[in-house]
Design a protein around this ligand. Structure first.
Ligand SMILES: C[S@@+](CC[C@H](N)C(=O)[O-])C[C@H]1O[C@@H](n2cnc3c(N)ncnc32)[C@H](O)[C@@H]1O
Length: 347
């Protein structure tokens, strides 16, 4: 490619994360830019200049969002490279540069690199089980509602949510893990995210001094995560290997994981039984009445209730939340017998 536009990933932490391919590409460019506003790296313009052996121009948000056409035009007869923190295409805006370049026949090249979107695997949470990723905006730049919506949608499907925490590198403003958690807890009417929710706070993944901390939202919100960049994960349903990783690698207390397992089993049971009850209530058809009921029919039902009681006692002895379901069945059958006037008792 003698002229054209290259997006070159720097990687997660500093110029040391550049791949050999990225280095070669940057060195072969006539003009090299560094997009420094979608992420924060532990590097400097002078480090980049000395590594690439040429001048590197820093791009601000307005240079790329309003002035992208100018840069793409230059790429018609020059080889232009734009260095981007992390992977160059994980910031939502940059694919539009490629689209614009293609539209006017400018050749393009993409050099991929390490990214926060894959580095979160270091938590032990499976990348295959993440749902939609969202960004928590700075308080004057947007609402927390879309973040809550994404977390709730993901949780409904048992999926984890990665929440990127907005930054404004130029003015040195960052949403911290504590800011994000407090805003989520305050605004979540559905209380999916509360003080007790298990969360994972992250800072500087891929840097020498990175931090991953797992615990209850109320504790993680008070923790000092040091220098930015920050991110937050609200885990969904956990596989036992994920639980083990959170415990062994990141010190998540075992009791917290156990409590959560029981709560999530209860949630699963409720949604399973609620949907079948809803269907039956909507579909059931009344039989022609009156109907003769023999005492054996009532006794059969009483035995049915007795078996549910036995099940409940067994499940309770092995600490299974299904105990609650079985005992509710038993109670429901006894109530039905009483309401139909077939037995007498008081609760
Ligand atoms: C717009 S995204 C850009 C992602 C970048 N292109 C990448 O592939 O990693 C920037 C957000 O990602 C998160 N982030 C980026 N690098 C991070 C890191 N090393 N550790 C923790 N979070 C990071 C922060 O929430 C930051 O606000």
């Amino acid at each position: 490619m003698s002229s054209g536009l290259s997006l070159i990933s720097v990687g997660l932490s500093s110029e040391k994360d550049l791949s050999l391919k990225a280095l070669e590409e940057g060195r072969s460019c006539d003009l090299l830019y560094f997009e420094a506003y979608t992420s924060k790296l532990n590097t400097s313009m002078s480090a980049l200049r000395s590594l690439f052996g040429k001048d590197v121009t820093e791009l601000k948000r307005s240079d790329l969002e309003e002035g992208s056409r100018e840069i793409i035009e230059k790429a018609k007869n020059k080889r232009i490279g734009i260095l981007v923190g992390g992977d160059c295409l994980t910031a939502t805006t940059h694919i539009s540069l490629i689209i614009e370049a293609k539209k006017i026949g400018v050749p393009t090249r993409i050099i991929h690199g390490s990214s926060i979107l894959t580095a979160v695997a270091e938590t032990g949470l499976s990348l295959y089980k993440f749902g939609r990723t969202v960004t928590m905006p700075l308080s004057d730049k947007g609402s927390v509602d879309p973040v809550i919506e994404a977390v709730c949608d993901n949780l409904e499907q048992g999926l984890h949510t990665l929440i990127l925490l907005d930054l404004d590198v130029e003015s040195g403003r960052f949403v911290t893990v504590g800011d994000a958690l407090k805003a989520l807890i305050k605004s979540d009417d559905r209380e999916q995210i509360n003080d007790e929710t298990l969360v994972v706070g992250l800072s500087r993944l891929g840097w020498d001094e990175s931090l991953i901390s797992v615990g209850r939202a109320s504790e993680i919100a008070e923790k000092d995560f040091g220098e930015p960049p920050y991110a937050l994960i609200i885990p969904g349903r956990l596989h036992f290997v994920e639980e083990e990783a959170l415990h062994i690698l990141h010190g998540c207390p075992k009791e917290l994981l156990k409590e959560r397992r029981v709560l999530s089993q209860i949630d699963e049971l409720i949604s399973k039984y609620a949907s079948s009850c809803e269907r039956v209530i909507n579909e059931l058809k009344m039989r022609t009445l009156p109907k003769i009921i023999h005492s054996e029919d009532a006794e059969d039902l009483i035995n049915h209730a007795r078996r549910y009681l036995d099940d409940a006692l067994y499940f309770a002895s092995v600490k299974k939340p299904t105990a609650l379901v079985s005992i509710s069945y038993c109670e429901g059958i006894l109530d039905a017998l009483k309401l139909l006037g077939l037995v007498d008792f008081e609760w």
